[in-house]
Ligand binder design. Structure first.
Ligand code: KIV
Ligand code: ZN
Length: 548
């Protein structure tokens, strides 16, 4: 529903969201996913509320076929779709793989642009001249659609490289496939070549020249080679396209496909412009993005719209001040609307007093008027040294009680990590407790060198910790590159961060872990018991504790 300027309610047209993360998305170099991953993603897409899941291209590999079969039988809600070239073997493979789907679609395609016809159909059996080739392609398309109708009555036809196809030929082939039984006609900008106005014009001409009724859905499918995939998809929607093909995180061949999350939120935030609605429950967008990021191994850039780590973060003082007074000053949608529950005010070197004291307020830390200047200047000094200032850093600065315990409780005196072929990785560390003066050496083995190292540190301090995250990245280039390690460890509902940089990633990993550990010790309420345990009583560990 939309409230019109005259106050009347208008029922919005319903747009079909066709997700092709598992098919076109998986074509991104290095993104191939296991059948289990795909089933998991398909379940998540169903929860998200997509209308169609393109689950794979069954003829292309046994893994693709299996993924389509499993998703067809196990995922309910969306229509399950399989891709097929316009040849009988492909259509049969697609139809068979979809057998168990309560609602299935066969998506058949063939290239239609002159450049594709000349290069891909150069054999004389398709004809010698361009017009003979066009005729053969049209026949193949029609036959594939007829063949598909033996399996399902939901048939989509795509004219591959439609963005560069002669418009007269495009309308001719669309009329023919619809006559043969296609119910969705897809107009892919396969190479990401068109501009929004050009792409919209193709839809206008197809609609005008083919004269389809509302029973035939016109669909967009845009690639992002010029960064225009989302803009082109939306331009098509504004002239009557009622299906958008897209992928989570914009994953896909080359520069990727139109990003589902961007399309959905653009349509929602600017429903005044587009006047269409979707069945997507946007609160699942962040979670779905993370699922695909993990399964595909393609990291989402921090600045990515909607689902990037910084998409809803404010660091600049002026922005933080504005948002704290009125969110709408710098936010056109709310982080929680897309399922992002993270902190939106990020404290760093660009933050101002409002951001700092606003956060302290939310943490329940009251700073006396007389202390505010000191706290602010300590924060600025720390922010200059660190990229981001975390909650525990703030507590250190702002809570007077904590300031007496600035000196780290634990320091690393010695470290030795061994990885030998055939042997379990092992680590021996010596950790000094600055309060008791006691040095404890501990040896542990683990699944890998870091696991062994953290096991040894835990043993030396006398308690185990949950490693909640471990991130390592190279921050300079070359063989002597600096590695930056960021870890977080948990205790109850709290999370403590540590970060360190070193050319030796093992040293960086150890220092980051100890930093997090030292913060935990400072902030936990049962300081006494930590001291007791850390002074050498280590009954709960499997490694060997050796008091030095
Ligand atoms: O980009 C493209 O043309 C495709 C088709 C198979 C629809 O992915
Ligand atoms: Zn594509």
């Amino acid at each position: 529903m939309q409230v019109q300027p005259n106050g009347e309610l208008k029922v919005l047209d319903r747009l079909i969201i066709f997700d092709t993360t598992l098919r076109d998305g998986e074509q991104a170099p290095g993104a191939s996913m296991t059948v289990t991953d795909k089933l998991h993603i398909a379940g998540q897409l169903a929860r998200l509320g997509v209308d169609v899941i393109e689950a794979g291209f069954p003829i292309s590999s046994p893994g693709q076929r299996e993924a389509v079969e499993v998703i067809s039988s196990d995922v309910s809600g969306p229509v399950i779709c399989a891709l097929a070239r316009a040849v009988p073997g492909d259509v049969e493979a697609a139809g068979n793989a979809l057998r168990d789907a309560p609602r299935s679609r066969i998506h058949t395609f063939i290239a239609t642009s002159d450049i594709h016809l000349a290069a891909k159909f150069d054999s004389p059996r398709y004809g010698r001249t361009l017009s003979e080739k066009r005729e053969s392609i049209l026949k193949m398309a029609v036959e594939a659609v007829r063949h598909a109708s033996a399996f399902t009555d939901d048939i989509e036809f795509s004219a591959e490289d439609a963005g560069r196809t002669d418009i007269g030929y495009l309308t001719e082939i669309f009329r023919a496939v619809v006559e043969a039984g296609a119910t969705t006609i897809n107009i892919p900008d396969t190479t990401g070549y068109t501009t929004p106005s050009e792409y919209a014009e193709i839809f206008r001409q197809v609609r005008r020249d083919c004269g389809f009724g509302s029973d035939i859905v016109m669909s967009t499918h845009c690639h992002d080679d010029l960064g225009l995939a989302v803009a082109n998809s939306l331009a098509a929607v504004s002239v009557g396209a009622r299906q958008v093909e897209c992928t989570i995180n914009g994953l896909g061949e080359r520069a990727g496909n139109a990003a589902l999350e961007e399309i959905v939120m653009a349509l929602r935030v600017r429903s005044d412009v587009f006047g269409v609605s979707t069945g997507i429950d946007a609160r699942y967008l962040t979670e779905t993005s993370k699922t695909v990021e993990l399964a595909s191994g393609h990291d989402v850039p921090a600045c990515k719209a909607i689902v990037g780590a910084n998409a809803f973060s404010h660091e600049a003082g002026i922005h933080q001040d504005g948002v704290l007074k009125e969110r709408a000053t710098y936010e056109i949608m709310r982080a929680e609307d897309v399922g992002n529950e993270g902190e939106t005010i990020r404290l760093g070197r660009h933050s101002g007093r409002h951001g700092l004291f606003g956060r302290l307020d939310r943490l329940g830390i009251t700073v006396a008027d007389g202390d505010r200047d000191r706290v602010y200047s300590e924060f600025v000094a720390l922010a200059d040294r660190k990229k981001e200032v975390y909650e525990e850093d703030l507590r250190l600065i702002a809570e007077p009680l904590r300031q007496t315990t600035h000196e780290p409780r634990y320091t690393l005196e010695q470290i030795h990590v061994a990885v030998d072929t055939g042997d379990e990785p092992s680590a021996v560390v010596t950790v000094k407790n600055s309060q008791s003066g006691l040095e404890t050496e501990y040896r542990a083995t683990g699944d890998g060198p870091i696991d062994a190292l953290y096991g040894a540190i835990d043993g030396a301090v006398g308690e185990g910790h949950d490693l909640l995250s471990y991130d390592i990245r190279s921050i300079t280039r070359g063989a002597d590159a600096l590695g930056e390690v960021e870890v977080s460890i948990g205790s109850g509902s709290k999370r403590y961060y540590g970060k360190a940089t070193n050319t030796d990633v093992i040293m960086a990993s150890a220092s980051a872990y100890l930093e997090a550990l030292n913060k935990l010790v400072v902030y936990r309420s049962d300081v006494e018991s930590v001291e007791f345990v850390a002074s050498g009583i280590m009954q709960s560990f499997t490694g060997e504790g050796i008091d030095a």
